[in-house]
Design a protein around this ligand. Structure first.
Ligand SMILES: [Zn+2]
Length: 212
């Protein structure tokens, strides 16, 4: 289980590399966004890596097909639970948070970005954890990354919980805070197993179901 966090970091780096390639080479293919929902690609890291490699090859070979690594309205959450620690990473398209993805120009836009960065660095406001799990925040940070015509808020949170056995679910308030979010794709890995969930405004809670 010690490889959990490095694996997530690796996946993030791969995604960023892919996204940079995509934006620099084929940004004109924007209308093709969403051909293949990313949730289908995130069922496992192996599938994810294979899909990125395949799509990059297809862009070279055909120039007609694109697999988007960020779909507007869709937020990604990666959750890793190990012993008494829980790490969460969040990726949210700027369009779904502040309503635009170009660099902030006006004072109003700059204020909106600053407010979102502050809000997204406050996991207590974003997530509701079972009180019996006794979780407290160790660290939290968020920042906006610009990549070509797109940008994305990326945040990470670290918790320590006194009774991890009680951490059976997690509700998110993201839909209420940012109504443009349509879906949150959750991938989690825990000592009891790993799984995925698609959260929606009327179903904002992920239940950590043992699969092994
Ligand atoms: Zn975008």
């Amino acid at each position: 289980m010690q490889d959990i966090v490095p694996l997530f970091i690796l996946r993030t780096r791969l995604r960023v590399m892919f996204c940079r390639y995509r934006n620099s080479a084929k940004s004109q293919l924007e209308p093709l966004a969403g051909i293949v929902p990313m949730r289908q690609l995130l069922t496992s890291s192996i599938t994810f890596i294979a899909a990125c490699t395949l799509s990059a090859g297809q862009l070279h070979a055909e120039g007609t097909r694109e697999l988007h690594s960020h779909e507007h309205g869709h937020v990604k959450l990666e959750i890793a639970i190990e012993k008494n620690k829980m790490n969460i990473s969040l990726e949210a398209p700027g369009e779904s948070v502040v309503g635009f993805e170009h660099a902030a120009k006006t004072d109003k836009q700059k204020a909106a970005v600053a407010a979102a960065e502050k809000q997204l660095a406050d996991p207590i406001a974003l997530f509701v954890l079972p009180p019996k799990a006794g979780c407290t925040v160790n660290s939290a940070k968020s920042e906006l990354h610009q990549e070509g015509k797109h940008n994305e808020f990326e945040a990470s949170y670290a918790f320590t919980c006194t009774n991890m056995a009680e951490l059976k679910n997690m509700k998110t308030n993201l839909f209420e805070l940012y109504p443009a979010i349509e879906e949150i794709d959750v991938n989690y890995i825990a000592p009891s197993g790993q799984g995925a969930a698609e959260l929606e405004p009327d179903a904002p809670t992920v239940t950590f179901v043992p699969t092994s």
